[in-house]
Design a protein around this ligand. Structure first.
Ligand code: GLY
Ligand code: MN
Ligand code: MN
Length: 443
């Protein structure tokens, strides 16, 4: 990405703003335990607008009737701190990089904001990120009002959500973003294939997880885009199972939901396959239903269509499948009316994908209508069926089976591109992938 790309994004944000001042915080270090922090991960909106990957920054966009200005608060260079904690960009380099009108040390934030806030009608802040920044700004505005300075510009009178405006911009991915996600998918493909090859009775979720992490990290990848789910047998029925520490048993399935992150962009892929390499009859029957529902949902991926319609299609195929499996009784129409499949498919068909794994793009437009798919939009399609071992109402052969299949879909001018089409998904492809040698994916 060029710095001009980030400048263009800021221009587009300026276009969406009325007279006002936008305050967009980077992330800050989060403590893990004494003297130890969690790995730093940049705030997605801040990253989208600056490309800067440092903590303790604040981007300011100031829009008045006759001028637009960009300011940046950032940590200054400090030899001692940089010796302990790594290099910093500092005030000058960051000013040049993003073409800011001025940069300030982050320690001067309160003092400088007293001068920057007055003269703007609106204060744009993120409503649910960096609550500390929001509270701080309210206090600074309150103090400015209390000073009742005569003949000076007033601080902002209204608070608006800058998050919504940035997230609207992030809805359509540009060519660089698409290329980055495609590149991340190379490692995701390798990791899923290696996992299929390594998995066998006697191996453990831990070993498979370690192999995935290795492949996500060794090349260009930054590691995982979210906590991997490596769920053997009945563990697949815990939707967000992340313990990943149990033995893998013969005759059971392994569900892996894992995606590589690259340049902070996520991939989000799920495959489910037999631990011993061959599906049983019951496993295959459930797998084919989930696969059919996923294909039907993907066939909805066209410009002008929308996610709720896609979800209805998924539910229809899954509900018919549940009737065929004798899990549900009654007619398809009755079951669809009552939404009975929800017990076995308790989540949505998918979500937007980008800088965040659950990308922060709007689901409804300004008329509260579902967002339409448009070229450049990327989302997941991830139906599943979950039959907990403990559910005695289920046919016995289905208990303990949990299956999800998740692909990442890009909307194009003429339809869609499945970004994860290369990762085995058909029963035959999966059984073949399970026979391979995992070492072939390590180079
Ligand atoms: N991996 C999280 C999800 O599929 O939504
Ligand atoms: Mn997932
Ligand atoms: Mn997902």
């Amino acid at each position: 990405m060029q710095s001009t790309d980030f400048a263009q994004r800021r221009e587009r944000l300026f276009d969406k703003m009325e007279n006002g001042i936008a305050v967009i915080g980077s992330n800050i270090f989060m403590q893990r335990s004494n003297d130890t922090d969690f790995p730093f991960r940049q705030n997605s909106n801040f990253r989208y607008l600056t490309g800067i990957n440092e903590p303790d920054c604040v981007l300011i966009l100031s829009k008045k009737a006759d001028e637009q200005k960009v300011f940046l608060f950032i940590r200054p260079n400090n030899e001692l701190e940089e010796m302990w904690m790594g290099k910093r960009m500092g005030l000058e380099k960051s000013k040049d990089l993003i073409g800011a009108d001025k940069t300030f040390p982050i320690s001067d934030f309160n003092k400088e904001m007293e001068d920057l806030l007055p003269g703007h009608k609106n204060l744009y802040v993120h409503f649910h990120e960096r609550a500390d920044l929001f509270t701080n700004l309210q206090k600074i505005c309150g103090d400015l009002f209390n000073k009742k300075r005569k003949n000076t510009a007033q601080p902002p009178q209204a608070i608006l959500n800058v998050g919504q405006l940035i997230e609207e911009l992030r809805y359509i991915k540009d060519q660089n973003e698409i290329l980055t996600m495609k590149k991340a998918m190379v490692a995701t493909n390798n990791a899923h294939r290696a996992a299929m090859a390594l998995t066998a009775p006697g191996r453990s979720e831990k070993e498979v997880n370690a192999l995935i992490e290795y492949i996500f990290t060794k090349g260009d990848g930054q590691g995982n885009a979210y906590d991997n789910i490596v769920a053997g047998g009945n563990n697949a029925n815990i939707l967000h199972y992340i313990e990943n520490n149990q033995a893998l048993n013969d005759g059971e399935l392994l569900l892996i939901d894992a995606g590589c992150q690259l340049n902070n962009y996520a991939t989000d892929i799920t495959r489910t396959f037999p631990i011993n390499g061959k599906f049983t009859g019951a496993q295959k029957a459930v797998y084919e239903i989930v696969l059919d529902s996923q294909k039907a949902a993907i066939s909805h991926s066209w410009p002008d269509r929308n996610a709720p319609d896609m979800h209805k299609t998924t539910c229809k195929v899954l509900t018919q499948g549940l009737i065929d499996l004798k899990v549900l009784s009654g007619s398809l129409e009755e079951n669809l009316e009552k939404g009975t499949c929800r017990k076995y498919f308790p989540h949505g068909t998918g979500h937007w994908l980008g800088l965040d794994v659950h990308d922060q793009n709007p689901y409804l437009d300004s008329n509260d209508e579902p967002m339409k798919f448009e070229p450049g939009v990327i989302f997941t399609v991830e139906p599943g069926l979950y039959f907990p071992k403990e559910d005695a109402t289920l046919p016995e052969e289905l208990r303990g089976i949990g299956i999800r299949i998740e692909d990442n879909i890009l909307i194009t001018e003429t339809g869609h591109e499945n970004l994860s089409a290369m990762i085995p998904k058909e029963v035959k492809e999966i059984e073949e992938a399970c026979e391979k040698d995992y070492r072939d994916f390590l180079d």
